[in-house]
Write a protein that binds this ligand. Sequence first.
Ligand code: 0O2
Length: 209
Amino acid sequence: MNWEAFLAPYVQVVEELKVKLKGMRAQFEYESEHSPIEFVTGRVKPVPSILEKALKKNIPMDKIEKEVQDIAGVRVVCQFVDDIYKIVQMLESRNDFKVVEVKDYIQEKKDSGYRSYHMIIEYPVETISGEKKIIAEIQIRTLAMNFWATNEHSLNYKYDGQIPVHVKARLKNAAEAAFKLDEEMSKIKDEVQEAQRVFYKNKSKNKNK
Ligand code: 0O2
């Protein structure tokens, strides 16, 4: 398998999606509106992780392209839970890619305590031999969900997927605390957003001076 050639369109998809999502964020800022997007990251899954996932899920090499759906992955991090659904709506109405599946791990959290909204998309990318449709995953989550998931991911790595029971229990508590934080912040969302609108307005006024 020539991995470099195989992954090239995935690299392009991640870069294009990052530009587009960051563009949305900038547009909200120009219009002095609260941006539902706090930040955007993206990565192409490293080859050993692709192979590990394929092995774990019994996916043969010729089905990797179709069945390992997060080879191209971008993450949109928001301030509030409502922002997640606003982004979902905006992404669903776009014409430059097709949403093929959604997984709402916010309404139905995973056993680990993981919460996030996943969107599997089919993204047409132009290659030198024509258009190629690439499957990519967009994860949309709040800052609090991201904090939890990043820490849990590190612990999974440290313990090679076998997090000790007492640490797992703490993580579950932490996941609930993070969710509570999101709920509490949602209650003062209007005040926070108003403050941010004033901040952006002043920032752009000073820039134009
Ligand atoms: P990485 O290192 O982020 O690439 P599954 O069979 O449930 O593991 P599936 O069916 O491919 O995964 O899809 P799913 O559930 O949408 O999960 C894909 C990605 O979501 C994971 O990729 C993680 O990024 C994230 N994720 C899902 N569950 C958890 C969780 O319990 N904790 C954390 N921290 N992240 C999670 P990878 O390949 O696992 O990891």
